[in-house]
Design a protein around this ligand. Structure first.
Ligand code: ADP
Ligand code: MG
Length: 481
């Protein structure tokens, strides 16, 4: 479904809403924690009651600036909050406090990689705003309920340039943004809970034409898979429409994941429909150079830089570098493991991206909740490194570590898994197996090399996998000459 029609080119711009990970709301002291009983986390300010005034949460400003610095954007020395006026039941004030003409973050960019090629995507702006409440339609006997817990939750809206040319690029951009905001610690990135979602603006134009086509905006997409599907659908719909003599109208559409289609929601509203005006209750935000410098000093190492460093410092290949830097916690875990185990980085990388991530995925756990800490895993890798156990036995030990709190050494002792390097013991087993399998010996001596594997397997089985594999190979080779 990638290039849908070779005569057409898609143009895509994304507006991403990242919920900022502040403890309290952007203009009030009410909590932002997810999952509370409806309407228990909305105070007078969030409810828009008369006689109360909004007070800007400094933490939200810091997070916005942090983000701006991370995408090499201009940070506005002076920005202003504006009222965006519209009526909706989940918006009791009748307006949303947002930023319009003077957003806090100006032009910046983010580099993505698609099919091995790098591309720079422009970010037009990012502004601070408050979220609205939520309408609830279930269990209200044909009526709707309103939950205002989310009202006033701080959002950073990140608006891209229309620089993307395929759904694949849009997904790569969204994933990269998702990784970035989590690295910065400004958003938990939880897409199921709506902490990170996007609107996709899509248009098509004949290949070679400079002018953009008319766009439709698909609202509120909350998974990477849906972004890809929704955009591809929309591209296809628009091409078909135009080729059949129709015209795309500028409108807001909704992606229906169940039916896998987009459908019209409402005509496109213009900025002037919202009667934006500066909010008289809030002072302009002034960002000094000193404030900026202070935040810059707190920026963590960013994903691209970390990836590059992992390749250089640890000699990782691109795939492992990408996997191990996909989150800060995972990268930290890996680096701690290298240090604590004293093993080669490659062994550590393979264990983290293989066994550990596999087990975490299966248990649907985050690295932060891993039952096996880097210290414990280091204890296991040390025993592979000093030949106490083979890599294969290590996987068994790992499984037991996953289910208990025991150290690798305790498990190895308890289960008697220590590798047998005693050549006498191995030799005795080999001799017995050779004696018992004269037919296979004949085959091997007649030139069937594959039978060698059969003997290795038999010896290992007899010794419950505990024989040193290198030793078994060496001795078998010598005996079967
Ligand atoms: P609005 O204020 O109506 O949301 P903007 O001009 O701010 O409109 O653009 C919103 C998003 O739409 C941006 O991400 C922008 O890159 C994108 N966009 C603008 N024009 C087009 C187009 N013709 N095709 C696809 N995306 C577009
Ligand atoms: Mg928009």
């Amino acid at each position: 479904m990638e290039q849908l029609n070779e005569n057409w080119e898609a143009v895509i711009g994304l507006e991403i809403h990242a919920q900022l990970a502040t403890q309290s709301k952007i203009f009030s002291g009410a909590a932002t924690a997810y999952g509370a009983e409806p309407n228990t986390q909305a105070c007078a300010v969030d409810l828009g009651l008369p006689g109360v005034l909004p007070v800007l949460n400094e933490e939200a400003v810091k997070m916005g600036v942090k983000f701006g610095l991370a995408i090499n954007a201009q940070i506005a020395p002076y920005s202003v909050f504006a009222r965006k006026n519209y009526f909706y039941p989940d918006l009791p004030k009748g307006y949303q406090i947002s930023q319009f003409e003077l957003p806090i973050v100006g032009n910046g960019h983010l580099d993505i990689e698609v099919d091995g090629a790098n591309k720079r995507i422009g970010v037009t702006r990012a502004h601070l705003e408050e979220d609205a409440g939520k309408s609830l339609h279930e269990n209200f006997h044909g009526m709707s309920g309103i939950d205002l817990n989310r009202a006033g939750t701080p959002l950073l809206e990140i608006v891209s340039e229309p620089d993307m040319r395929s759904a694949k690029e849009a997904v790569a951009y969204m994933k990269k943004m998702h990784e970035l905001v989590r690295y910065l610690g400004i958003c938990d990135g939880n897409m199921q809970e709506g902490s990170f979602r996007c609107d996709a603006n899509v248009s098509v134009r004949p290949k070679g034409q400079d002018k953009f086509g008319i766009r439709a905006e698909i609202k509120n997409i909350n998974s990477f898979r849906f972004v890809e599907k929704a955009i591809n659908h929309e591209i296809e719909r628009q091409i078909e429409l135009i080729e059949n003599g129709g015209e795309v109208v500028q409108e807001t559409r909704l992606y229906d994941a169940n039916k896998d289609e987009t459908r019209s929601m409402r005509g496109k509203e213009e900025a002037n429909d919202y009667r934006y005006f500066p909010d008289p209750d809030l002072l302009p935000v002034e960002i000094t150079d000193a404030f900026k410098a202070q935040i810059k000093a707190q920026l963590p190492e960013l994903p691209d830089a970390k990836k590059q460093r992992f390749k250089e410092q640890y000699g990782l290949d691109d795939e492992n570098a990408v996997i191990l830097t996909s989150s800060r916690q995972l990268a930290d875990y890996f680096e701690a493991l290298v240090q604590q185990s004293g093993c080669e980085a490659k062994l550590c990388a393979n264990w983290v991206s293989g066994e550990l991530l596999g087990a975490l995925n299966k248990a649907d756990l985050d690295i932060a909740d891993s039952p096996v800490s880097s210290e414990r895993l280091a204890g296991l890798l040390k025993r592979i490194n000093d030949d106490t156990i083979s890599g294969k036995i290590a996987k068994q030990v790992f499984e037991l570590m996953w289910q208990s709190e025991s150290s690798a050494d305790d498990i190895i002792d308890e289960k008697g898994l220590k590798q047998i390097t005693d050549t006498g013991a191995i030799e005795a087993v080999i001799d017995r197996i050779i004696a018992d399998n004269s037919k296979q010996i004949e085959q091997y001596l007649a030139g069937n090399e594959k039978v060698f594997g059969f003997f290795v397997g038999q010896v290992m089985r007899e010794m419950q996998g505990k024989a040193n594999p290198a030793e078994v190979n060496k001795m078998l080779k010598a005996k079967l000459k």
